[in-house]
Design a protein. Structure first.
Length: 180
């Protein structure tokens, strides 16, 4: 559930940021807030504290933009605070770092067990562009241990459609049946 919420808020902020401050500034703001949280863990503790009033928390957020992050990121923090999602800030910022800090072009390592046909590579590239919403720079790797199929690595995301993975899953299922 946390990952779903983090993704929704992160994607919404990035969409807003692209229209206002730009992707690069949004990513810089996320890096800055990570530094602030790392150096001052009491900052997030204060924002989460039920004893501290919402008005005081909003004033604290208002005092930070400019020096540490953009006004738009300040608006985003206020939104999280008002929606009771400020406790998800680390997850949201991490989602943005992992999924958007690669810039406009995402690098993909595509492993196949045999040389892939150009048309198949084009189709895979188009599907990845559609899935990740960005341009793709593709690196091809021949890996005979896959036995067939493909495996794509994009940042921390692995899409494994190899025969080896399917056989490993089948072996695991058979072992579970044997144990039961």
């Amino acid at each position: 559930m946390d990952e779903i919420l983090a993704k929704r808020y992160a994607d919404a902020f990035i969409k807003y940021a692209r229209e206002t401050i730009g992707l690069e500034k949004a990513i810089e703001d996320c890096k800055n807030i990570k530094l602030i949280l790392g150096e001052n863990p009491e900052f997030i503790t204060l924002l989460k504290a039920p004893e501290v009033g919402t008005a005081e928390k909003l004033r604290l957020i208002d005092s930070l933009p400019g020096e540490y992050f953009s006004q738009e990121f300040g608006y985003f923090l206020k939104l999280l605070l008002k929606k009771g999602r400020i406790n998800k800030l680390n997850n949201i910022v991490e989602h943005i770092r992992v999924h958007y800090s690669f810039g406009v072009i995402r690098q993909v390592l595509l492993s196949t067990s045999y040389p892939a046909e150009l048309e198949a590579v084009k189709q895979i590239t188009e599907k990845l562009k559609e899935k990740f919403g960005s341009d793709i720079k593709l690196y091809l790797d021949l890996n005979g241990s896959l036995l067939g199929g493909v495996k794509a690595v994009i940042g921390n995301t692995v899409i494994d459609a190899s025969v080896k993975r399917r056989l490993d899953e089948l072996r695991k299922n058979l072992e579970e049946i044997r144990m039961a």
